[in-house]
Design a protein around this ligand. Structure first.
Ligand SMILES: C[S@@+](CC[C@H](N)C(=O)[O-])C[C@H]1O[C@@H](n2cnc3c(N)ncnc32)[C@H](O)[C@@H]1O
Length: 308
């Protein structure tokens, strides 16, 4: 299984790992970041979430070669707080997200994530979920399709693509990724195809809809901040502007200065903003050359200053 972890050193450095600390990796994947965390822990513990069974199986084996002080939680990270509370964990030293899908998920034709590989229209990270890409493409009414493709894909031809989906599926269901690629290609102007793969934005949009990626993110990031100890760190790697904006807005909101003490030379501890936001980090040129997938990544980091 080949997945090159993005912004690995930058994330691990930002987490500033203490050997007896409690850390949470919300997106275990192929355990790139989790392995680096676990290697630095002696008495501490790592909790790692993934909703993908294959990723969990692979990583269980990989992490157990490093140590035993970890637990993999087979759940969506939106349940972060309740899953940790079940384990009597109410505060943690560090928490990270490396959002989106992994390379093995993209490269496995049977998962239906890639517009380069022909397969059934699936795109579920958690195969126990009911909604698939097939359902979105074949059952959503025109208006809802436009909304999904425009809002989650930022696709300017959302209407044209949705109209063509509606027309084609009246004849026969659109059942494979390549069927969908053809429907999209036929709907957009020729010149658009020179700007990159014409299906890229629509595939992103449908994947986000199937996995509810954006609607769960605010709760997950807010809960993660709630759970941090003072001086605890949250690190979030995003891969497109929509998820990045959600993270940026939450960080901004929770780092607002208290109006009462604004301008004072020294802010009393009990009036400090809840978190302090550090400068965002982008991959280096070298990383982008080695791993094209990293080119759209942004790492945002914040440190907890005060528990509310
Ligand atoms: C980009 S990969 C993480 C790669 C990992 N950091 C590494 O270096 O190997 C994202 C992983 O998070 C999982 N994932 C995405 N959204 C999730 C969610 N809401 N809940 C749980 N797991 C999620 C995916 O299944 C995928 O395995």
């Amino acid at each position: 299984m080949k997945h090159i972890s993005v912004l690995l050193n930058e994330t691990i450095n930002a987490l500033n790992i203490k050997e007896d600390g409690v850390y949470v990796d919300c997106t275990l994947g192929y355990a790139g970041h989790s392995s680096a965390i676990l290697k630095r822990l002696k008495k501490g513990k790592l909790y790692a979430f993934d909703q993908d069974e294959e990723a969990r199986k692979f990583s269980e084996n990989k992490l157990s070669k490093i140590g035993s002080n970890f637990e993999i939680i087979p759940s969506n990270f939106v349940n972060l707080k309740s899953e940790l509370e079940k384990r009597n964990i109410t505060e943690v030293d560090g928490i990270m997200f490396d959002l989106g899908v992994s390379s093995p998920q993209l490269d496995d034709a049977s998962r239906g994530f890639s517009f380069h590989l022909d397969s059934n229209l699936d795109m579920r990270m958690d195969k126990k979920n009911k909604l698939t890409a097939y359902d979105v493409v074949n059952d959503y009414p025109y208006e809802k399709l436009v909304q999904v493709i425009r809002n989650y894909g930022e696709e300017k031809y959302a209407k044209q693509i949705s109209r063509n989906i509606e027309k084609v599926r009246k004849q026969k269901p659109i059942s494979t990724t390549f069927d969908l690629v053809n429907v999209i290609s036929d709907a957009v102007p020729f010149k658009y195809k020179r700007l990159g793969h014409p299906a890229r934005r629509t595939f992103q949009a449908i994947r986000i809809e199937v996995n509810k990626e954006l609607s769960i993110l605010p709760k997950a990031i807010n809960d993660a901040i709630d759970m941090l100890k003072v001086n605890g760190v949250i690190a979030v790697i995003t891969f497109h502007s929509l998820e990045d904006r959600i993270c940026k807005d939450i960080f901004r909101e929770r780092s607002k200065e208290d109006e009462l003490v604004k301008g004072l030379p020294v802010i009393p501890e009990d009036h400090l903003p809840e978190i302090k936001v550090l400068k965002k980090i982008k991959p280096t040129k070298e990383e982008i050359e080695d791993n094209k997938r990293s080119r759209s990544a942004t790492l945002r980091v914040a440190i907890k200053q005060r528990r509310m």
